[in-house]
Design a protein around this ligand. Structure first.
Ligand SMILES: Cc1ncc(COP(=O)(O)O)c(C=O)c1O
Length: 494
């Protein structure tokens, strides 16, 4: 027995809070600041009295998530009304569990589905578990940043004509960076083919509440949608919603899969926080989004003198690869001298924590808990940082290299099926020797959790170079057997 018991996670969270951190990452409530700002509201005040006493179970008066009849049913109905859904289901394991349930509902083993290649790992895990036969829709790539964006209606139309046996189309919008697609046209195309449009809207719990923000997937006609209410709404981490619309899926199947994948002891504090988020969005959503947009506009004004040093995909700016941009996602792409990782580290030293860093950009995420003071600290730090970049002007204008890893073909069928288990017949090789070989593991840069290589795909020099750069800068990878990536698992050639 350890004579000096300790609790490292408890300590780590406490240490983090002592830094008085400024959060430009999820969850949207930003260390509870959203709750404290609106604490005078009696409903929010009541929620704040919760604490451990609210950690309850399915006793009389508290309803049951798996057979809701009272408070949970009413809360789900209010969420459905607020979001324009026919039905809404509360999720206590994030959009991850929603993606698992949606995909199991719309396809069976061997079914053909179209899926956006830059989807979250939970989508691919679901497809692997089902044993579906995905066709990857390769995303367009934003020209300056190299960020994969989305797909166009023409793209989906063409793929559906090429694969008329497709059972569902599975897309992600807005993406991690807030870029949103024209889902209305895509929904129309899917419905002409009598198949459902399934949308991972994990980053869009606030969509549809304000005309200056991306329209919601449901509002554009999607059939099944998940939202991480904890990311851009007010819920606690893991609080999410699955919304449905219409009859293009089997409701009983969906209920069954939700009962399979969700805990039989769902967290009441999380469920209550989803309910609170609906309340907040209905009552204060428009005000919050208006104020947030003003904050972002002021930020752009302050950044104007430095526009030649870095690039921010401007909100609501249209280009060919996405229709709308979420103002709350600030992607800062450095042209000269700096990389995203070192800038992230620099801000972190000042107590400012960002959502993501990659080789040429960083992502800062605003939410209902972001206040002007946080925004000022972020802006000051960015200005000081870009000032120090001036001496290196004249260097090559470095574009994001990410575009090299995305296949330029509009779609591709997998050579091997996605598999749920790591195949037994594989070997570990020094990773440089893997070029041209078939990967035996899924390689997932995290964040954002979008796999760069699937089990069954071939290693290419470009992917290896991209991974090398990210790895050298300290990006972490999930799914790999050797976290140092010194070796990777490959399959024998067929
Ligand atoms: C696009 C997308 N979908 C799904 C998820 C999973 O969401 P959650 O963390 O709520 O399970 C994420 C998480 O980052 C995501 O970025």
């Amino acid at each position: 027995m350890n004579p000096n018991p300790s609790a490292s996670l408890v300590q780590a969270l406490s240490n983090h809070q002592q830094k008085r951190p400024v959060s430009f990452h999820v969850p949207g409530h930003k260390s509870g600041k959203a709750y404290s700002r609106w604490a005078a509201d009696p409903v929010i005040e009541t929620f704040l009295t919760g604490g451990l006493e609210w950690d309850q179970t399915e006793i009389d008066g508290l309803d049951d998530l798996h057979a809701p009849e009272e408070a949970i049913l009413e809360a789900q109905k209010r969420a459905a009304e607020a979001y324009g859904a026919d039905s809404t289901y509360f999720l206590v394991n994030g959009s991850t569990v929603g993606n698992l349930a949606m995909i199991h509902t719309v396809c069976r083993q061997g079914d053909r589905v179209l899926v956006q290649r830059n989807s979250h790992k939970s989508i691919f895990h679901a497809l692997a578990l089902v044993g579906a036969r995905p066709i990857f829709l390769n995303p367009r790539v934003e020209s300056i940043t190299g960020i994969p964006t989305g797909v166009t209606p023409e793209h989906v139309k063409g793929a559906l004509e090429a694969y008329p046996d497709t059972r569902a189309v599975i897309l992600t919008s807005p993406n991690y960076y807030g870029m949103a697609m024209d889902l209305a046209k895509i929904a129309e195309i899917c419905h002409k083919h009598a198949i459902p449009l399934v949308v991972d809207e994990a980053h869009g719990a606030h969509c549809g509440f304000h005309a200056d923000y991306p329209a919601s997937a449901l509002g554009q006609g999607a059939d099944l949608v998940v939202q991480s209410t904890h990311k851009m709404g007010l819920a606690m981490t893991m609080g999410a919603c699955l919304h449905t619309q219409g009859e293009r899926f089997d409701k009983e199947k969906l209920h069954w899969y939700l009962s399979v994948f969700q805990s039989s002891s769902p967290s009441y504090p999380i469920m209550a926080s989803i309910d609170l988020s609906t309340y907040f969005m209905t009552k204060y959503g428009k005000l919050w989004l208006t104020e947030a947009k003003q904050m972002v506009e002021a930020f752009y004004q302050q950044m104007k003198p430095y526009e030649d040093l870095f690039y921010i995909p401007k909100y609501m700016e249209k280009n060919s690869s996405y229709e709308a941009m979420d103002p709350l996602k600030l992607t800062i792409h450095f042209h000269y001298g700096q990389d995203g990782f070192s800038w992230r580290d620099r801000l972190q030293k000042e107590g400012i924590f960002l959502e993501l860093a990659q080789e040429r950009h960083t992502l800062a995420v605003l939410g209902p808990g972001t206040n002007q003071n946080d925004m000022d600290r972020f802006t000051d730090s960015l200005i000081r940082s870009v000032e120090s970049m001036k001496p290196v002007i004249g260097q090559e204008n470095l574009r994001g290299i990410s575009n090299i890893v995305w296949n330029k073909e509009p779609w591709e069928a997998m050579e091997h099926p996605l598999t749920q288990v790591i195949p037994a017949n594989m070997s570990a090789v020094p990773w440089r020797q893997a070029i041209g070989k078939i990967s035996g593991e899924i390689i997932i840069p995290y964040p954002p959790g979008v796999p760069i290589l699937h089990v069954g795909e071939r290693w290419t020099l470009e992917k290896m170079q991209w991974i090398q750069i990210q790895k050298d800068k300290g990006l972490k990878f999930q799914g790999v057997s050797d976290s140092s990536l010194e070796t990777v698992r490959v399959l024998p050639d067929a």
